[in-house]
Design a protein around this ligand. Structure first.
Ligand code: SF4
Ligand code: SF4
Length: 433
């Protein structure tokens, strides 16, 4: 007997696609020109409207979440520029993450790809000790020029990845560098620092600079033990349950630490931490996630609201700023980093064109789609170079690594720094050791 439409078995995982959210899209197309992938590829199915159209078809059972569907969902940068311009408030980020979670429930990945994914997402990212160990190996390989040699002979994709690695010759990050840093002026309070997963290994100076600038502003900095990766990379890659498990671990760690605020210096992590209530919806932890969200602050957001700016900062440099997508579009924090930069005596601030357009880093997009990512990066570097700035400032480690690679490739002399590093420079604080 043939099943009627009503009896037709539901596509596995399709309940993750929230129909109410899908229906907020009225197909007006106002998002199209803001979408980097639509602008670059000119394909409707690689626009926000096209992707929502596909999600709706999957949600209604008219389309299978097959490889073609997966391709359009994963070609999205998850930059959320469409959210900023959408007149009806479509929560595109959470929709595309749900769509990828549906894809992952159906995908049959080749053995090697699955192994790599498991190693990265399950074995490595949630474990700071393993990341530090890998960092030590890479640092050693860089020092012995093994990586430079590998770059000459590595096949295309691996060579692209190696190109993104920053100079690791500086002093490695040690937890003792930032644990319980005392305020240097009048004490204004105590904050807990979220330090992420790969950033302490790849950009140790950013962590030290963040803690020392906070101390300069009068805050005692604590680094809660037991904290782990925020889960953003898992969520963006369809691994929702893994992201939820990491979120629960972070709730426990930060609740135990206390403090007036949880400070995050990585835009992607900050957006995810603030969205824990959504990630943990329907679980026993949802109410705790709401309390947690109320105290999470991006580094710039927190300092711009500080009652007083410490005296003594000065920096004679021309500076431009690139908005990380998950800060500008995900958290709507745009004014604060600029405010902090413009108030430093002698800083000459120059706005770059399309500062809030994705640089192509987008989590691991630059590893998965290096060709397309490079096209976004080249446009970003052109716009930054047009300002003539000596310093390109950003507020997300992923963007920082991507821009640094772009500057090296273009042979430019500008330096790419995190906002925390620039403030540390301005106040004469040493973040290198
Ligand atoms: S996502 Fe928003 S802007 Fe884009 S088509 Fe739908 S309603 Fe319009
Ligand atoms: S998140 Fe970015 S890339 Fe994806 S549809 Fe929206 S604007 Fe386009």
């Amino acid at each position: 007997m043939r099943a009627t439409l009503a009896e037709k078995p539901q596509t596995r995982g399709v309940e993750l696609l929230d129909r109410a959210k899908i229906d907020t899209c009225v197909q007006c197309g106002m998002c199209l020109t803001s979408c980097p992938t639509y602008r670059e590829l000119g394909v409707e199915m690689d626009s926000p409207r096209g992707r929502i159209f596909l999600m709706k078809a999957v949600q209604e059972g008219r389309l299978q979440p097959d490889e073609l569907f997966a391709k359009h969902m994963y070609l999205c940068l998850d930059c959320r520029a469409c959210e900023t311009v959408c007149p009806t408030g479509v929560p595109f980020g959470s929709l595309v993450e749900a769509a990828r979670a549906v894809v992952e429930q159906h995908r049959r990945l080749p053995f090697l790809t699955r192994l790599m994914r498991d190693l990265a997402f399950r074995w490595l990212l949630p474990h700071p000790g393993r990341l530090q160990f890998l960092g030590a190996i890479l640092r050693h390989a860089q020092r012995c020029r093994l990586l430079a040699i590998a770059k000459l002979f590595a096949p295309g994709r691996l060579r692209d990845w190696l190109t993104l690695l920053p100079d690791l010759s500086g002093r490695p990050f040690l937890p003792g560098d930032v644990i319980s840093i005392r305020p240097t002026g009048p004490r204004r309070g105590e904050v807990a620092l979220f330090w992420g997963c790969a950033a302490p290994v790849l950009l140790p100076n950013v962590q030290r600079a963040t803690a020392r600038v906070l101390a300069r502003y009068g805050y005692e900095v604590v680094v809660p033990e037991g904290q782990t990766c925020c889960g953003a990379l898992h969520l963006h890659n369809g691994l929702r349950e893994e992201a939820q498990a990491l979120a629960k671990r972070n709730l426990v760690a930060f609740e135990a630490a206390g403090g007036d605020a949880v400070i995050v210096n990585a835009a992607g992590c900050g957006a995810t931490l603030k969205e824990y209530p959504e990630l943990l919806r329907g679980t026993a932890e949802q109410a705790r996630a709401l309390h947690f969200r109320a105290v999470v602050r991006d580094f710039a957001e927190f300092l711009a609201a500080a009652p007083e700016t410490p005296a003594g900062g000065r920096l004679k440099k021309t500076v431009t700023y690139q908005d990380p997508c998950h800060l500008a579009h995900g958290q709507r924090v745009r004014r604060e980093p600029r405010q902090l930069l413009k108030t430093i005596p002698d800083v000459e601030f120059k706005e770059m064109r399309d500062a809030d357009r994705c640089c192509g880093s987008a989590g691991i997009y630059n590893l998965l789609y290096p060709g397309l990512s490079q096209r976004f990066l080249r446009a970003k570097i052109d716009h930054a170079a047009q300002t003539g700035a000596q310093l390109i400032v950003t507020a997300n480690p992923g963007c920082q690594l991507q821009l640094q690679a772009g500057i090296r490739q273009a042979g430019l002399s500008a330096e790419v720094v995190h906002l925390a590093e620039l403030l540390a420079q301005a106040y004469g604080l040493d973040s290198g050791g």
